[in-house]
Structures are given as structure tokens and as C-alpha cells.
Design a binder for this molecule. Structure first.
Ligand code: PBG
Length: 327
């Protein structure tokens, strides 16, 4: 055949394939979400997320050191409080679970970068992400509490805060509060493009944060929409977001690319609990090759345009990168 372009030429050897790779990754782009709970000497496996645990504060260093050894640069903390109430008071308690965990972790493993999830669903008795007015979340008073929560995290040592509640105007509320209190250097990573998704199921078991009635569709986005996500992303950048997140990742990679193309800040993508659970379940049956699947999921997220990949597989992916399987 008289072909000038033969794509197979550049696939002929491992050296050549690696030379022409378009997506390069390293473990510093990985962020590990983890759950911290009250009590002592606790490490409880989450039933729907085999291999993932809730740690009491004193047991956190073992996982933090493992992550640091693997080259993972950051963690995102989720708190599981003992007490819940209507107003989610423990979320903004200066001595709440996340605040104490931060102080301990920063002392024990100071080299990691500590991000906190800022939300109220783990802390409210009704499981919604803010204050209720009737059957719905009351936006503006909730923003004030979220800003207080973010400030308390930063005062306890958080290096970055990540609001995940999806209230209107919360990035502005948090940015203003941090600036007023002398924390203008602390970045805000906004869960800007966060869909109302069934993929969060295992997380809600892990964090005991399922809504006791209704769902989150009046605040999280409808997954039929993409232009709405662009609007959310642009609005959050205007309000001062430093990083824009898309969540979930795997079924929303179109949004990672679109957001990356229109915003001039870094993009993060969160591979959520349901994605992890699906891979684990299939792998435990021997139906898929877990390492190769996880490697492809990570690579495709970076290929789509993400700079940060938030994943329960962070440590494993770091090892895949180090061993040259991907990256
Ligand atoms: C808090 C929050 C959730 C997740 C991250 N932050 C749950 C939710 O919105 O219901 C989900 C993470 C995951 O599924 O891994 N609002």
C-alpha cells in the first residue's frame, strides 16, 4: 500500500512509545481523601470501600507516613463527629474532629499538604449540607456557617480549604472571611462542578452523611447538564476560587476537558467512592486487572485536562507511576 502516514511506526517499541507520550504524570498531582473519627486506637474498614478506613486521630500517622513515602503530596480530610445537631455545630467547633486532626497531623507528619473538605452534611442531624428552612437548605445563612468552618480549619493549620456544599456564593463568603482574618495566602479549591450523583453512595456510608429525607438535587447539579457546569466554574473563579474541581471524575471527563478549556486556573477531578467500590468489587471477583484499570482511570483524567487527581487509590497509583507502569 502506498501510505505516507503509518501510525504504527511510533508504536513499534517501548522506548518510542514512551518518548512520544502526551500525558506525563507524577505522584505530586495525587490527593488522598481520608476519614477521621473520634476515639482512640481505631482503624475501621469501610464495608463498601474495602481497603479504606476510618482512623482515629492517634492512628492517622501510619497512613500519612505511607502516603508521604509513596510520594503522594496531599490529603483531604473528612471528619466524622460524635455529635450531630440541626445546625451542624461541630463543623465549626475550633476543637472539632477535623480541627484536632489537623493540629495532630501537622505536628506528626508536617511534610504533607493538608486540605479540608468544607461541608456540613457529616455534622447535621438531618444529613443535608446546610441549615434547613422547611425541607430545603437555606442558602445565605449556610454560607456564613461554611465560612466559619473554613476559618476554623485554617486556624487549625489547613493549607487549603475545599467547599463541597454547592451553595451559591460560598466561595466569595469563604474568601472574604479568610482575608478578613489575615489568611489571604490560603487557597480555595472549589467543588464547583459537583453533580448530584449515585456515585457518592459508599462515601455516605463511610461518613454517615446520607440525607435523612429527600436528596441533594436542590443544591448539587443535574447530571444532564454541561453548560451549567461551565457557568458554575466561571462564577467560582470570579468569586476567588484558586482551583476548580469536577466531581465525580470517570463519568464526567467531558466536564474536566471543557472546564480546563475555559478557566485559567488549575482543574482537579475527584474519583469518588462509587468509582472505587466498582473497581474493587470487579477486581475481587477476578473480572478485571485492578492495577491496569486504576492506571487507565488516572491517566485518562490527566489526559482530559486535570492537574490534580483526588483518589482513594492515590498510594497505589503513586507506586504504579514509580514502577513505570504509567506516567
Ligand atoms: C460532602 C461530600 C461528599 C463527597 C465529598 N464531599 C458527599 C456528598 O456530597 O453527598 C463524596 C465523595 C465520595 O463519594 O467519594 N458534601
Amino acid at each position: 500500500m502506498d501510505l505516507l502516514y503509518r501510525p504504527r511506526r511510533l508504536r513499534g517499541s517501548a522506548v518510542l512509545r514512551k518518548m512520544v507520550r502526551e500525558t506525563r504524570m507524577d505522584p505530586s498531582s495525587l490527593m488522598y481523601p481520608m476519614f477521621v473519627m473520634e476515639g482512640e486506637n481505631k482503624k475501621e474498614e469501610i464495608p463498601s470501600m474495602p481497603g479504606q478506613y476510618r482512623y482515629s486521630i492517634d492512628r492517622m500517622p501510619e497512613i500519612l507516613n505511607e502516603l508521604a513515602d509513596a510520594g503522594v503530596s496531599s490529603v483531604m480530610l473528612f471528619g466524622i463527629p460524635d455529635k450531630k445537631d440541626e445546625k451542624g455545630s461541630e463543623a465549626y467547633n475550633p476543637d472539632g474532629i477535623v480541627q484536632r486532626a489537623l493540629r495532630a497531623a501537622k505536628k506528626e507528619v508536617p511534610d504533607l499538604f493538608y486540605v479540608t473538605d468544607v461541608c456540613m452534611c457529616e455534622y447535621t442531624s438531618h444529613g443535608h449540607c446546610g441549615l434547613l428552612k422547611g425541607k430545603d437548605v437555606d442558602n445565605d445563612p449556610t454560607v456564613e456557617l461554611l465560612a466559619q468552618t473554613a476559618l476554623s480549619h485554617v486556624q487549625a493549620g489547613a493549607d487549603m480549604v475545599a467547599p463541597s456544599d454547592m451553595m451559591d456564593g460560598r466561595v466569595l463568603g469563604i474568601r472574604t472571611k479568610l482575608d478578613e482574618n489575615g489568611f489571604s495566602e490560603i487557597p480555595v479549591m472549589s467543588y464547583a462542578v459537583k453533580y448530584a450523583s449515585a456515585f457518592y453512595g459508599p462515601f455516605r456510608e463511610a461518613a454517615d452523611s446520607a440525607p435523612s429525607f429527600g436528596d441533594r438535587k436542590t443544591y448539587q447539579m443535574d447530571f444532564h447538564n454541561s453548560r451549567e457546569g461551565i457557568k458554575e466554574a466561571l462564577a467560582d473563579v470570579e468569586e476567588g476560587a484558586d482551583i476548580i474541581m469536577v466531581k465525580p471524575a470517570m463519568s464526567f471527563l467531558d466536564m474536566v476537558t471543557k472546564v480546563h478549556d475555559v478557566v485559567d486556573v488549575p482543574v482537579a477531578a475527584y474519583s469518588v467512592s462509587g468509582e472505587y467500590a466498582m473497581v474493587k468489587a470487579a477486581a475481587s471477583k477476578g473480572w478485571i486487572d485492578e492495577d491496569r484499570i486504576v492506571g487507565e482511570m488516572a491517566t485518562s483524567t490527566f489526559r482530559a485536562g486535570a492537574q490534580i487527581y483526588i483518589t482513594y487509590y492515590a498510594e497505589r497509583i503513586a507506586r504504579l507511576m514509580r514502577d513505570g507502569v504509567i506516567g
